[in-house]
Design a protein around this ligand. Structure first.
Ligand code: HEM
Length: 543
């Protein structure tokens, strides 16, 4: 049986560059033209005044006034037309970046107990730009990473044919726009950027493997003597080489990920950087101290003023979710999963209408063409799955066959999948270091403060603006070992706050139950490994 060939995956038609992968090979636009300078100036101001999150503990009245004045200015700017932006993808990308940075500055500087109403001056433009890009009106990884860099190398040549462009970019890439001006924030974005750049080689290898799989289909079944064909042997030899190369590139991705520790301090990340990315499904700390409504975490709906009057912009269905930016939106990692056949869509049996997985949801936050690339890759891999091929190729040989290729191919495939699993192990270490650890420390401080103050109406979650790890004055945290008479009331309160003392589920920026989710995804990768006990009977012998 001969299957028709599918065309080689053409990167360029999906805005994927062979040297820079999902990153554009040209540095993105650094500033919008004069017609939209008002937005750029507001963004400059937000950064110059070092605006602080509104639910940060210990916010000074100066911080509050500064934020208030900035938000007032934002609400007063004229409604700028976005028509001329729609003529250029480069303009649209910068506009999405600027407007979503403004949006997140606006929302997260609001006092935590007021409704989130985004003024028309930016709500309408952001809905228009988001619509033109087919992206949600919220900050995404494409804003913080893909379209947020420049090269500090004066002679950077994005059109150079050699590997020079991407390899030198790894060292010379810098961030354009930040929330905090802290080097830690830049290091955080650049870690993802370097992974995307290094991943360009992984994409090229995936394409070569797919070409080989395409060739295999012209040999039809290989349960017969065809498998002795020299051509098939040569194809398998090449696949083995490719898979080992892929494994070593994924190992590099893991090292680049772990390198984030060199430039980004976990406490700074957790307390000063991460609060800005929060989406609508993330939580805010209330500072209310009334008995009826003690300070705790709650979610607020984002209201886009004027959205209802623009039916054409009605891209916000009632059940919409606006998750915060997460590297879970990295098209590269999704592409690797699809290529190896990692299945994240395993739902409990009998679920009548399973909700889309987190990974599937995150694709909605990727640039449209990258989403389409993943769809196309998925279809190609369904038609000619690498995993199925490795399995059926191995099974097609009689037991005890001396042909070493059978074993080699499976080993090479497993080695590459194992590298992806180890990437996820490293990612869990990073998530523990950057989120779970600081979150536990914040909770402990929160409980101590609540106990010391006799209530739990304060939320010492985000530290002071210099982002030091000092959370509160020592006098507030000190508890005497043997409570004095006056301490006993405090101790009683401490015991009566199970919500604070018990383990809370730590949520990811994308709103996930972090620990469980990351373990599941890592285990799904592990389960993709092929074992000799794999049931072959259900697998077709042809691709
Ligand atoms: C300090 C660095 C990082 C931290 C703290 C971090 C944290 C997280 C968290 C909390 C999640 C859970 C999903 C969510 O709710 O957002 C997640 C998911 C994810 N992150 Fe990261 N991340 C970091 C860096 C990276 C980098 C550099 C990449 C690679 C491009 C990456 C790729 C992913 C992916 C693909 C997921 C989805 C789950 C998976 O595929 O394993 N992360 N990350």
């Amino acid at each position: 049986m001969v299957l028709t060939s599918i065309p080689t995956l053409s990167f360029e038609s999906f805005d994927v560059n062979s040297r820079t992968g999902f990153m554009p090979c040209q540095p993105p636009l650094g500033r919008l033209p004069a017609a939209w300078e008002t937005w750029e100036v507001l963004l400059d101001d937000a950064r110059r005044y070092q605006l602080q999150p509104g639910d940060k503990w210990g916010l000074s009245s100066m911080d509050k006034t500064c934020s208030e004045q900035w938000r007032f200015c934002l609400s007063q700017i004229p409604l700028l037309s976005t028509d001329a932006l729609s003529t250029s993808i480069v303009l649209l990308r910068r506009a999405h970046l600027v407007l979503t940075f403004l949006l997140h500055f606006y929302i997260h500087t609001l006092p935590p107990d007021v409704p989130v109403v985004i003024p028309r001056s930016i709500s309408i433009p952001i809905l228009q730009v988001a619509k033109a890009l087919d992206l949600p009106p919220v900050i995404t990884l494409s804003d913080t990473v893909l379209y947020n860099w420049y090269s500090c190398q004066s002679n950077y040549n994005s059109t150079a044919e050699s590997e020079f462009a991407s390899s030198s970019l790894l060292d010379n890439i810098r961030c354009q726009t930040l929330f905090t001006n802290l080097p830690d924030e830049a290091a955080f974005y650049l870690c993802s950027a370097r992974i995307e750049l290094r991943g360009a080689d992984a994409l090229a290898i995936m394409r070569s493997c797919m070409d080989e799989l395409n060739n295999v289909s012209t040999f039809g079944t290989f349960g017969d003597n065809d498998h002795h064909s020299l051509d098939l042997d040569a194809i398998v030899t090449r696949l083995v080489t490719y898979l080992y190369s892929l494994s070593s590139i994924i190992d590099d991705l893991k090292s680049l990920l772990l390198d984030v520790r060199k430039g980004c301090d976990p406490e700074v990340y957790y307390t000063a950087v991460r609060p800005w990315f929060r989406g609508e499904d993330s939580e805010t700390y209330s500072t209310s101290q009334s008995e009826e409504e003690p300070g705790n975490k709650h979610k607020r709906k984002w209201i886009f003023e004027g959205a209802g009057e623009h039916a054409d912009l009605n891209m916000l269905p009632p059940d919409r979710e606006l998750s915060g930016a997460s590297a879970g939106q990295s098209s590269l990692v999704h592409a690797l999963d699809i290529f190896f056949g990692v299945n994240h869509e395993q739902h409990e049996h009998g679920h009548p209408n399973p909700p889309p997985s987190f990974m599937k949801r995150m694709q909605r936050y990727m640039p449209r063409q990258h989403r389409t690339f993943l769809d196309h890759l998925g279809k190609s891999m369904n038609l000619r799955s690498l995993r199925r091929f490795v399995l059926s190729f191995s099974a097609s040989y009689a037991e005890g066959s001396e042909n070493g290729q059978r074993v080699e191919l499976q080993e090479a495939y497993n080695k590459a999948v194992m590298s992806l699993k180890e990437f996820r192990d490293a990612h869990m270490i990073i998530a523990t270091l950057y989120i779970i650890g600081p979150s536990r420390r914040a909770r402990a401080a929160e409980a101590t403060t609540a106990a010391a103050r006799g209530n739990y109406g304060l939320a010492p979650v985000y530290t002071n603006s210099d982002t030091s790890t000092t959370r509160m004055p020592v006098s507030d945290t000190t508890m005497t070992a043997t409570p004095s008479k006056s301490d006993t009331g405090v101790m009683k309160v401490a015991k009566s706050i199970p919500a604070i003392n018990s383990e809370r589920v730590v949520k990811g920026t994308g709103g996930t139950d972090l620990v469980r989710f990351l373990k599941d995804v890592r285990n799904q990768t592990f389960r993709t490994l092929l074992t000799s006990q794999e049931p072959t009977s259900i697998l077709p012998l042809v691709l």
